[in-house]
Design a protein around this ligand. Structure first.
Ligand SMILES: [Zn+2]
Length: 156
């Protein structure tokens, strides 16, 4: 687990470069909004992904989720850090769907770095992007009491 991971353990420069390279492969003929992502796993493997759009717009998958899926497909379950690159003046943060997927595989205190072609960057913690996230722990903590059971308890 990456609970003790600090910023210093991460080769951010390498991840920035990998995310930028991944962005070159982005398939974004509709939005022209190309995105690249790179992550490093807890065992220090680096994976990349880009956004892949579709003529059926709703099937578009973001760079972050493609990057994470690639890592998971190789057996990765814990991600230390993630970088998102866009060639946009404004740094682009992950969409809501990606934030939820990120929270599945990254600790709340893990960092996500956004970078652009101007060399600007900004870091967030996972918990900043998705506070009080619904995570695997949420299911473990579930009590599974039915509404009728709760009602009976309340009446007694
Ligand atoms: Zn997204």
């Amino acid at each position: 687990m990456s609970a003790n991971t600090t910023n210093n353990d991460i080769n951010w420069q390498q991840l920035h470069k990998k995310a930028e390279q991944a962005c070159e492969h982005a398939y974004a003929p509709y939005s022209h909004f190309k995105v690249g992502a790179a992550l490093v796993s807890d065992d220090d493997q680096v994976f990349t992904g880009c956004n892949v759009e579709n003529a059926s717009y709703g099937l578009t998958v973001c760079a972050e989720r493609n990057c994470i899926a690639t890592a998971v497909g190789q057996g990765i379950r814990h991600i230390k850090a993630l970088v998102v690159f866009t060639a946009q003046k404004q740094l682009t943060s992950p969409c809501g769907a990606c934030r939820q997927v990120i929270a599945e595989f990254m600790q709340p205190n893990a960092h996500i770095s956004l970078v652009n072609h101007l060399g600007e960057s900004k870091k967030w913690r996972v918990s900043d992007l998705l506070p009080d996230a619904f995570t695997p722990q949420s299911l473990k903590n579930a009590s599974y009491s039915s509404p009728s059971t709760a009602q009976e308890k309340g009446q007694s």
